[in-house]
Design a protein around this ligand. Structure first.
Ligand code: DQA
Length: 142
C-alpha cells in the first residue's frame, strides 16, 4: 500500500517554529519515526512538503491512480483553501486531515477547516501520533 504523508506551509520549520505549540521535533524526525512505525510492516510512505498551495494540489493530482490514501497536515491552508478542498474531493483515494495542535482550542479562525467534510477523518491535537492514527485509518479502510 502506498500512503502519502503531506505537509503544507511552515511545517518545514517544525522544531524551531513555536515549539511550545508544535513541539521540538523536526519534520524529518517525525518522518523517520513514522517510517520506523509503518514500513517494517510492509506499507510504503511517501512524503511531500511544500509552502505552495499549487504544488500540493499538483502533487495530490499526480497521485490519482497511484496512491492508496493520504494523510495531510495542510497547515493554515485548512482554514481557507477551497482549491485544496476541491482537489481532495476529486482524488480517488481517501484523505485524512491531521493537525499537530488542537485547532479547536486556539484562535477562533483555526477552528474552521474548509477541508474537513471532504476528508475521511480529522485528527487534531495529538502531535505526531495524529499522523500515525491517520495512516491506521487508511490501512483499515482499504
Ligand atoms: C496546524 C494548525 C494550523 O492552524 C496552522 O496554521 C499550522 C499547523 C497544526 O499542525 O496544528 O500551520 O495545521
Amino acid at each position: 500500500m502506498i500512503i502519502l504523508v503531506i505537509n503544507g506551509p511552515n511545517l518545514n520549520l517544525l522544531g524551531s517554529r513555536e515549539p511550545e505549540i508544535y513541539g521540538i521535533e523536526t519534520l524529518n524526525e517525525i518522518k523517520v519515526w513514522l517510517q520506523f512505525q509503518v514500513e517494517p510492516k510492509g506499507d510504503k510512505l511517501q512524503f511531500f512538503q511544500s509552502n505552495h498551495e499549487g504544488a500540493i494540489i499538483d502533487y495530490l493530482q499526480g497521485q490519482i491512480g497511484v496512491a492508496d490514501g493520504a494523510v495531510i497536515n495542510p497547515g493554515a491552508l485548512a482554514h481557507y483553501s477551497y482549491a485544496l478542498r476541491d482537489t481532495i474531493a476529486a482524488v480517488d483515494y481517501p484523505v485524512i486531515e491531521v493537525h499537530l495542535s488542537d485547532i479547536n482550542a486556539r484562535e477562533p479562525f483555526r477552528a474552521i477547516s474548509v477541508i474537513t467534510d471532504v476528508c475521511k477523518a480529522q485528527i487534531s491535537g495529538q502531535g505526531k501520533a495524529g499522523y500515525l492514527e491517520g495512516i491506521k485509518i487508511i490501512q483499515e479502510a482499504v
